[in-house]
Design a protein around this ligand. Sequence first.
Ligand SMILES: O=C[C@H](O)COP(=O)(O)O
Length: 256
Amino acid sequence: MAGNWKMNLNHQEAVVLVQKLAWTLDDKRHDFAKAEVVVVPPFTDLRSVQTLVDGDRLRIRYGAQDVSVHDSGAHTGEISAAMLAKLGCSYVVVGHSERRADHGEDDAVVNAKARVSVAADMTPIVCVGEGLEVRREGRQVEYTLAQVAGSLAGFTPEQVGALVIAYEPVWAIGTGEVATPEDAQEVCGAIRSWVAETHGEEASQAVRVLYGGSVKAANVAGIMAQSDVDGALVGGASLEADEFGGICRFYEMPMI
Ligand SMILES: O=C[C@H](O)COP(=O)(O)O
């Protein structure tokens, strides 16, 4: 379960939220074998989160929301994979729809960002998903699979098996409009089948496929009951410790 904080919370607020999250998971005896817990704060919070996680030996892992395709040098405002790895990041979100929309990132850029992340021993969370127009035309599967193919071009079966793919229908992000569990399964299942066809059965079983888009503690159980959904990439609901803690404990949540 990965909580993408987006552009929210300064480094002091980040420490408070991670502490609260750790307490609530501890209090409810969260089973980390059932769900790994990851927070994805803004860059400016990472050092503080690292200090807290290391100092208190928390089992919470963390990642970054983006990475530069460049290794170093004259790229003002960019953050390299090596810098993120040095901060202890386990994950890097690449190709989030907000970056695709706001910064014109295409599959080639997403591919390059996933590559530099892997090269720095971090796991990319590769985001894909269709907008409302495509969904209305019923082309969500072919559209999303084309994004997956472009974003993972040149990756070996071992590399694909080790990464995370997050299916996030753009029309369900931050809108309160959650895809039905069946909608999530349709595309997540197609992604896994695509991996099986292109990179083999082993990679398809190993790759983790997440659903993202208005996931909450109240709807997570139904989504997680789908056979090809391995977890969730959570935005708004990850900013509340109790709510995100509930999402992490999806296995105890009622099915609605
Ligand atoms: O990265 C997270 C997704 O964009 C989902 O955001 P949301 O849970 O606020 O809809």
